[in-house]
Write a protein that binds this ligand. Structure first.
Ligand SMILES: NC(=O)c1ccc[n+]([C@@H]2O[C@H](COP(=O)([O-])OP(=O)(O)OC[C@H]3O[C@@H](n4cnc5c(N)ncnc54)[C@H](O)[C@@H]3O)[C@@H](O)[C@H]2O)c1
Length: 340
């Protein structure tokens, strides 16, 4: 029997990384997951527990050495390991730069050495946050204006990835993800992603805390569509490219409330102050990825939200946010970003 080709997924126990692992195992790859489990969970991969093609290496990407055996003979590297969320990045910028920039450099070096004669593609999980308060729909060549350290760190990680492509001929691509959502999205940790906040509030029968007037919109993209974009970026002949990964179809926060069964006119919503540095609209111009890779998002927002609702019980242990706790959790945000 032919031996399976090897793919490394950093951050593979996390939200998007675990779905990438599903996709690669389904395609017959031997998958080596690297994760230090700061945000990820072993349970995200539990359904593969008996699959001999999967291995989980519990380690920190910042400790990777160029001769790491995990990367030996690797064909594809999908680099998702990193730390997210805005407020903690404002409070602990050193940690963010260390993990998201230097950790990426360490991953690149391990891929370069271990995959010396085998590496076909290194695909990086970049963030649309690099665009800051951008004109929409936003194209890949629009100005870069990170508004907080998380955005800066992800952008510098991307610069490192492209630099390794330029200097060492590493076959790289960078995927600027907009707002990914779907099953296994993180339920714990800092105040952040709107899904976690609203699902827990729905379970508790508490009002949804809507920022601003709720008409702001986000280009939500379902996780299996994100993963397919990464898979195609690994298989296609295009290298050294940056691609937006968004649905090109922004959805307002009030519409999300409606899909969750909330009614603005019946007291189901509490409005909380708009935050500086956050765009009113994120909206990917997805023309490049559609034309070059032939990718198309398949899951509509309505279907994606309904699918997530089936797992709502997973949010039972998530933090329950209210206007007071959110005000406290976001104090640093207002302190550092409200300058204009
Ligand atoms: N979710 C989104 O909407 C979105 C948007 C843009 C970019 N991204 C990027 O995609 C990647 C995955 O995001 P996600 O939403 O799945 O987040 P996640 O927190 O669920 O996954 C990140 C994973 O990386 C692991 N990790 C963190 N630091 C590590 C380290 N030092 N060493 C090894 N593993 C480490 C975590 O344990 C976790 O499993 C991140 O790099 C993120 O910046 C995500």
């Amino acid at each position: 029997m032919q031996e399976s080709q090897i793919a490394v997924v950093t951050g593979g126990a996390g939200f998007i990384g675990s779905h990438m692992t599903d996709r690669l195992l389904q395609a017959g790859y031997a998958v080596r997951v690297i994760d230090n489990l700061v945000g990820g969970r072993v349970s995200n991969l539990a359904h593969h527990a008996r699959n001999p093609l999967l291995s989980l290496e519990e380690c920190d990407i910042c400790d990777l050495q160029p001769d790491s055996s995990i990367f030996k003979d690797v064909r594809y590297v999908f680099h998702f390991a990193g730390i997210g969320d805005i407020v903690p990045s404002i409070e602990q910028p050193i940690e963010y730069m260390a993990t998201n920039v230097q950790g990426t450099v360490r991953t690149l070096e391990a891929a370069r050495h271990g995959g010396r004669s085998t590496l076909q593609r290194f695909v990086y999980a970049a963030s649309s946050s690099c665009y800051g308060l951008a004109a929409t729909p936003t194209r890949e060549d629009y100005p870069i204006q990170p508004q907080y350290p998380y955005a800066l760190s992800k952008y510098q990680g991307e610069q490192a990835v492209l630099h390794w492509g330029q200097v060492y001929d590493l076959p790289v691509n960078s995927m600027r993800i907009f707002n990914a959502y779907g099953p296994r999205v993180r339920t714990t940790g800092a105040y952040g992603a709107v899904f976690g906040v609203f699902f827990r509030q729905k379970l508790a029968g508490k009002p949804y805390t809507v920022v601003g007037d709720g008409t702001q919109s986000r280009d939500f993209i379902y996780v299996t569509d994100v993963v397919e974009a990464f898979y195609m970026a690994a298989q296609s002949p295009h290298v050294g490219e940056i691609y937006n990964v968004g649905a090109d179809n922004p959805q307002s926060i009030l519409y999300l409330v409606e899909l969750l069964g909330g009614n603005v006119n019946s007291g189901d919503v509490i409005f909380i102050p708009k935050r500086p540095g956050e765009p009113d609209c994120t909206w990917a111009n997805a023309g490049k990825i559609i034309h070059q890779l032939g990718w198309q998002p398949k899951v509509t927002f309505e279907t994606g939200v309904q699918t997530m609702l089936k797992d709502i019980e997973n949010w039972r242990d998530a933090p329950l946010w209210d206007p007071d706790s959110i005000a406290k959790a976001t104090a640093t945000w207002f302190q550092h970003m409200d300058k204009k």
